[in-house]
Design a protein around this ligand. Sequence first.
Ligand SMILES: *[C@@H]1O[C@H](CO)[C@@H](O)[C@H](O)[C@H]1NC(C)=O
Ligand SMILES: *[C@@H]1O[C@H](CO)[C@@H](O)[C@H](O)[C@H]1NC(C)=O
Ligand SMILES: *[C@@H]1O[C@H](CO)[C@@H](O)[C@H](O)[C@H]1NC(C)=O
Ligand SMILES: *[C@@H]1O[C@H](CO)[C@@H](O)[C@H](O)[C@H]1NC(C)=O
Ligand SMILES: *[C@@H]1O[C@H](CO)[C@@H](O)[C@H](O)[C@H]1NC(C)=O
Ligand SMILES: *[C@@H]1O[C@H](CO)[C@@H](O)[C@H](O)[C@H]1NC(C)=O
Ligand SMILES: *[C@@H]1O[C@H](CO)[C@@H](O)[C@H](O)[C@H]1NC(C)=O
Length: 923
Amino acid sequence: MGSGQFSFLFFLCFCQLSFSSSIPHLCRKDQSYALLEFKRTLIVDPSLVTSSSYSYTSSWNMSRDCCSWDGVVCNEMTGHVIELDLSCSGLVGKIDSNSSLFQLSHLQKLDLSSNNFSNSNISPEFGRFSSLTYLDLSDSYFSGQIPSEISHLSKLQSLYFSGEMLKFGPHDFEMLLQNLTQLSELHLTSINISSTIPPNFSSHLTTLRLGNTGLHGLIPESIFHLPNLETLVLQNNDQLSGYFPKTKWNSSASLIELDLSGVNFSCNLPESLGYLTSLHSLSLKNCSLRGPIPQSLSNLTHILDLDLSDNSLNGTIPSGMFSLPSLSRLVLSNNHFSGQFEDFNSNSLIWIDLSNNQLQGHLPKSIQNHVNLTGLILSSNNFSGRVDVSFFADLKQLCYLDLSYNRISLTNENKHKVTLPGSLMSLQLAACEVKELEFLRSEMLLWHLDLSNNKIEGRIPDWAWSNWMYSLKRLNLSHNMLASVDSIPLQSANAIDLRSNFLQGSLPIPPISTRFFLISHNNLSGEIPSSICNLTSLVMLDLAGNNLKGAIPQCLGNISALQVLDMHYNSLSGTLPTTYRIGSALKSFNFHGNKLEGVIPQSLIYCKQLEVLDLGDNHLNDTFPVWLGTLPKLKVLSLRSNKLHGPIRTLMTENMFPQLRILDLSSNAFTKSLPTSLFQHLKAMRTVDQTMNAPTDEGDQYYQDSVALVTKGLELEVERILFLYTTVDLSNNKFEGHIPSIMGDLIALRVLNISHNGLQGHIPPSLGSLSLVESLDLSFNQLSGEIPEQLASITSLAVLNLSHNHLEGCIPNGPQFTTFENNSYEGNDGLRGYPFPQGCGSSRMPETENITHMLDEVSKSTFLSEFWNGILMGYGSGLIIGFSIAYFMLSSRNSNWLSRIAEELEYRIVMRRQKKKQGHHRR
Ligand SMILES: *[C@@H]1O[C@H](CO)[C@@H](O)[C@H](O)[C@H]1NC(C)=O
Ligand SMILES: *[C@@H]1O[C@H](CO)[C@@H](O)[C@H](O)[C@H]1NC(C)=O
Ligand SMILES: *[C@@H]1O[C@H](CO)[C@@H](O)[C@H](O)[C@H]1NC(C)=O
Ligand SMILES: *[C@@H]1O[C@H](CO)[C@@H](O)[C@H](O)[C@H]1NC(C)=O
Ligand SMILES: *[C@@H]1O[C@H](CO)[C@@H](O)[C@H](O)[C@H]1NC(C)=O
Ligand SMILES: *[C@@H]1O[C@H](CO)[C@@H](O)[C@H](O)[C@H]1NC(C)=O
Ligand SMILES: *[C@@H]1O[C@H](CO)[C@@H](O)[C@H](O)[C@H]1NC(C)=O
């Protein structure tokens, strides 16, 4: 419709109205024109209009006075439109600077929220609504910079913007707060503000929602003292820090909602929180808080929601917390609380999450009184005792139950009669001594079931499969004693974990929807059917540690989502899949310990995301795949124990193997000289990453979460643990010539093994620059000359093997060298000095006390001794110890890394170790 036609219609209508209407006429011609014109520039998308709302503009037509149109309010005296509410109207389109909207210059209230103006910037013309007190443009997909003209709206009391596409220009946020002196409600959730918070605010402020806005710096304490403040939300601004007021916050104790989650406070919770007696909701998740919960928190008698999770709070939970009369949601997870879980005085709780603390004792019976409880999450504490299934019988609303990793045994005294409530959707009972599944007979709604680390035997009963066929998305039955799974008849499973059972028979194929399928460490046999390639959504496929035979289905290379393909330790034969294509998502490719033949497929070069490539212990017959050097993220390359041969040639390109930290080419038939040109690259080995500490017992910072594998907590929690233990192992080949002195540049190396080759000449003094090296093995070569003094300065050296060469002269003197014994040097031509009886000038056997002292330093100085302990625990071996330096794929929750290593040791580099420990004990 052209605008000429429009005006004509309008004119007709206007005349009609002015003669026929008995009610006083309000609508001004210019205003209704502007409204209709505005309507004309937009379309209505019915799918955006929720069933509860409808599009206001649909009622706009000339047959009625525009002041009676839906969403429109006029000034009764002047007929000017003063309020326009078009929220949730399904409007789609663009509002540019010449929009007729801006002709409604008397607007006091404008609400355009929850529409779709995704092509629009916020026009500076909005700044001309000088009477505006209320402006809501939230959830409407506006984008770009918020015009500074908004600060002209000096009467504004309520302002709502939201969305990641919007941002403030420099200083605009500060000016806004300075100029809008009447402001009482300010909602800017998820806008990119990226500035500090200025200290001055309108004293009228009641609501301040600035979550997820990139604010940084210190929160001005004046915010906490705003006299009328009811809602303060600054959550999710991790660059922001602050201090709590030590005294009363504001005189009226007006705060109702306080959410500072993610803001860095790094302090104890202050007693002064007890003044906030009106609080309904307090959220201080992940605020780096420590120390105990102050007693004063029991003053917060109106509190409904309390979230103090993800901090370092400790001590016991004060008993006052268990008597808060209205508390419905208590979240204290991921802290260090100890002591008991007391009886609650109220019955009002709906959600309890105390997971990941050190709480102990029995579950209090009073939990049963919270009949509206929907979530009870107590995992990873020290709770103990037997808990019978009947304990939960009255909790008819229970959806989410997690008792995993305590010392709880779940019993079922009244088998066949009592089951868990049928309302459960997520049930996690890992390590709860579960033996059978009868107590799950009522469960028809489960979408997440974790019964890992239990004692379930035999097979999964048919009733279970049929109960869960349509609902179950995540199933974890790993670490049980299941004997067979013939099929997995689930319709929409996403993650299935059956690792470490006693499963026999052929590989069951999960439903097509499966993204994570883990069935390693079982007894599966037969071939891998090519129908596995029908699982086109697969992200992770772990079939390691079975007896699978035959060829690898070539079509596996076609699954474009696949990130982790792990089939190590099987008996697979034939060749590797060659069908990789550009865009492959593959990150980890592990076929270690099979019987694969042929060459390393060149199509792997398309897997630009590849971080781990382990083809060790196979029968591959190829030359060195130098083209792998172009993979930008490759961290681990193991080709050990194959039939690889020929000289190691390198490409002329820049920056080969930039991220490589583990290179294992041992036990092949490589020839000619050590690859000097390769050592010129290897950037990651030439720089010491200070942030990369050796693993501690805590281990967490050392675990690399494979972020891509875990989305929003609903996916299987697969953590990838990559032991970035920088290593070069070229042993057991046919290398000859000299050790290039450039090897001394690989200063990040912790393990260097070039033993069992035909190397000649002197040991280059440059190896003394390897200041982090803990194991150096040059044995079984033809090396001659003296041991360079420089090696004696390597204080981290715990293992040295120079045996079976032609070395002669004095063994240098150094703190570490006093710990090495004969077998480090035996089979040489003429070495003298400690530990040999033939003296060597000034060098002498050091004092016993000093040795002991130094040994203690050794054990302290590196993590290696601790590591050995772990390995010893697992293998109880003596001289030659399997040293795992590589990586582990495992789903680990809360278990200490040493026992995990012992348990899941998958890849090891065997090397000779000094009898350091034994020597230590002998003294
Ligand atoms: C903010 O207020 C000051 C002083 O009232 C005024 O000079 C300035 O123009 C205002 N800025 C905006 C963008 O409104
Ligand atoms: C807690 O409440 C009591 C009485 O209601 C009051 O005397 C006390 O000052 C409050 N404590 C704090 C820290 O607010
Ligand atoms: C709580 O942690 C602090 C260190 O942050 C420590 O000094 C204190 O002893 C701990 N208290 C308890 C009860 O564990
Ligand atoms: C449980 O919820 C119902 C319905 O909302 C309510 O009437 C009842 O009081 C609640 N029970 C308790 C113990 O809070
Ligand atoms: C794989 O999928 C195709 C088509 O989706 C189907 O025809 C075929 O039967 C499937 N193969 C197996 C073994 O399930
Ligand atoms: C490797 O393959 C070549 C040619 O295909 C063959 O001549 C050679 O014997 C093989 N080497 C080994 C060790 O099997
Ligand atoms: C260690 O040796 C030094 C001389 O090398 C000597 O001064 C010292 O007393 C010895 N003993 C101890 C326990 O340090």
